[in-house]
Design a binder for this molecule. Structure first.
Ligand code: NAD
Length: 243
């Protein structure tokens, strides 16, 4: 419930973190992995977003990413993304940690952004490790390195892979000193990001979750809005601006 106590809590927060997952982009038309539409040519995401799948069939994996890139290019940031972008300039200290790879937060205007699972529009050479931007859906698949022509892969943290420790550490050090955290549209099935949120809560952050369903962190948060983010975030924001 959006009551005066909650509004005061949000307005007085100095250091605010937002953790987002696939759910915030659902209203932009980008399917979550675990919801309806999670299958592609009878493959589950968990069978394609792995180093093993890429080693077996890089063309198939790139075809899946090319399809997803087109979906991301066709999508637009929704009111949920827009409010998260407004938060960045409202709070004195702010960090957005997203599990999403769809680029919609950047397109909505967020710059204080850690893309903890990478970005679908970045490729990485499997040989020289160079990272390079993909401006649109690649015409040639599988993608090859723009420098050394070796096989390139999507710059994404796949199932079973380790995180970039520098990125993870920078997110963690911000979160542990946050006084408020929003956890939006994540099931918590991928453990590391919600573990960060859980640690922030243990260090005293007030936690607001937005998710129509329960997640693995729902029992730890102070407030759970069982709503879609594109619907409730503008309502919360309206109250903050007006009161
Ligand atoms: P998930 O698919 O496991 O869970 C999505 C969550 O969003 C669910 O709990 C669901 O109840 C909730 N949700 C659905 N619609 C919502 C809405 N309108 N508002 C708020 N919440 C809503 O997603 P995850 O926890 O992010 O983990 C999946 C992994 O897959 C992540 O690592 C992510 O990188 C990747 N992924 C990214 C995208 C993307 O970039 N948009 C899309 C699919 C998967």
């Amino acid at each position: 419930m959006i009551n005066q106590q909650l509004i005061t809590k949000i307005k007085s927060a100095k250091r605010v973190a937002v953790l987002t997952g696939a759910g915030i982009s659902a209203e932009s038309g980008i399917p979550t992995f675990r919801g309806a539409g999670g299958y592609w040519r009878n493959y589950r995401a968990e069978d394609l977003a792995t180093p093993e799948a890429f080693a077996r069939d890089p063309k198939l994996v790139w075809e899946w990413y090319a399809m997803r890139m087109q979906v991301c290019l066709d999508a637009k940031p929704n009111p949920g993304h827009e409010i998260v972008a407004k938060m960045e300039s409202y709070f004195p200290e702010f960090l957005l940690v997203t599990q999403n790879v769809d680029n919609l937060h950047a397109r909505a205007g967020n710059t204080k952004l850690v893309e903890i699972h990478g970005n679908i529009f970045t490729a990485r050479c499997t040989s020289c490790q160079k990272k390079f931007k993909l401006e649109g859906v690649p015409k040639q698949i599988p993608v090859r390195c723009e420098s050394c022509d070796a096989l390139a892969r999507p710059h994404i943290v796949w199932f079973g892979e380790t995180y970039d420790m520098n990125l993870l550490q920078s997110a963690r050090s911000f979160l542990l000193k946050s006084d408020l955290i929003f956890i939006i549209g994540t099931s918590g099935q991928v453990g590391v990001p919600v573990q960060l949120a859980s640690e922030a809560i243990a260090h005293g952050a007030y936690a607001i979750e937005i998710n129509p369903e329960n997640s693995t962190i729902s029992n730890q948060v102070d407030m759970h809005f069982a709503n879609s983010s594109g619907e409730i975030l503008p309502k919360i924001w309206q109250e903050i601006i007006e009161k």
